[in-house]
Design a protein around this ligand. Sequence first.
Ligand code: BTN
Length: 270
Amino acid sequence: MPVNGDMSLDIQIVQKHLAYQSVARDIHVYGAVASTNAVLRTLAANGASDGTVVIADEQTEGRGRHGKQWFSPPAVNLYLSALFRPNITPRSAGGFSFVGSLALCDAIRGEGLEATIKWPNDVLVEGKKVAGVLAECATVETRVDYVMLGFGVNLNVTHKTLMTAMGQSGHFAGSLADLAGREINRNAFAAALLNHLFRWVATYRTDGPTPVLAAWRDRDILTGRRVEVRGEGPSYEGRVLGVDTQGCLLVRDSPGEVHRVLAGEIRLSD
Ligand code: BTN
C-alpha cells in the first residue's frame, strides 16, 4: 500500500521536506540511469557546484565498492549521489566520507530503527546491510576537486526479491520496510537523508574531522572484533583497533603488526 497514496519520486515533495534553503539547492531527479554516480561525475566535470544532488528511480548499472553490482530495481528504493567540494587534502577524503554513513544512521533513526556502521560506510539494522555509500574522490594536483558520495538504500524492496537477485548474499541484506514492518516514503526519506548529510558536512567544515569521527566511532561495530582483510595484497586476519583521523581502519595481525586498511574488504571472523 503506497504511503501518502504516491510512492513515485517527486522533486517538489523532496524539496518541501528540506530543513533549510541551503540544503541541496540543485537537485536533479531522473527515471532510469546507468548510475547516479556516473551522471553526477559528468555534471562535476562540467563544473557542477558544491551540493549538487542526483536522484534516480532505477539504476541499470548501479555499482558498489570493489566494482560489485548494486541491485537497483525501480520504484522501491533510493539511489542518490551528492557532490561536495571541501577544502581538504586527498588524504582526508576517507574521513570526510564518514559523513555519509552518519547521515544514513540519522535518517534511519527517524524511521524508528537503530542503525550501526561497518567500516567504511556500510549501514546495518539488526545485523542486515540496508544501505551503503560509494565514495569517489577527484583530485587536481595536490588538492581535492570533489568528493562524490553515492547512497544506495534498500527502502521497500522485499526480502524475497533481494534473495532472488543476490543469491546467498541476500541473507546478509535487508530493507527498512521489512525491518520496520511498514512501507517507507521515498521522498521523505530522501529529504531526511539530505538534511542530515548537509548538517554533517557543515559540521566537518566548521569544526573539522573530530566531531564526525567521534559520532562515527559511537556507531562503529568493528572495533575490538576479529576480522579477515581481503583485497589489499595477501589476505590476513587480525583484531580491529579502530580508525585513524584519515578514516583508515587499523587492524593488528597475529604477529602484532598494525595495518592501515585503506580500501580492503572486511569480513567478521569471530
Ligand atoms: C556499497 O555498499 O558497496 C556501496 C553501494 C553504493 C550504491 C549507490 S546507489 C547510488 C550510487 N550509484 C551507484 O552506482 N552506486 C551508488
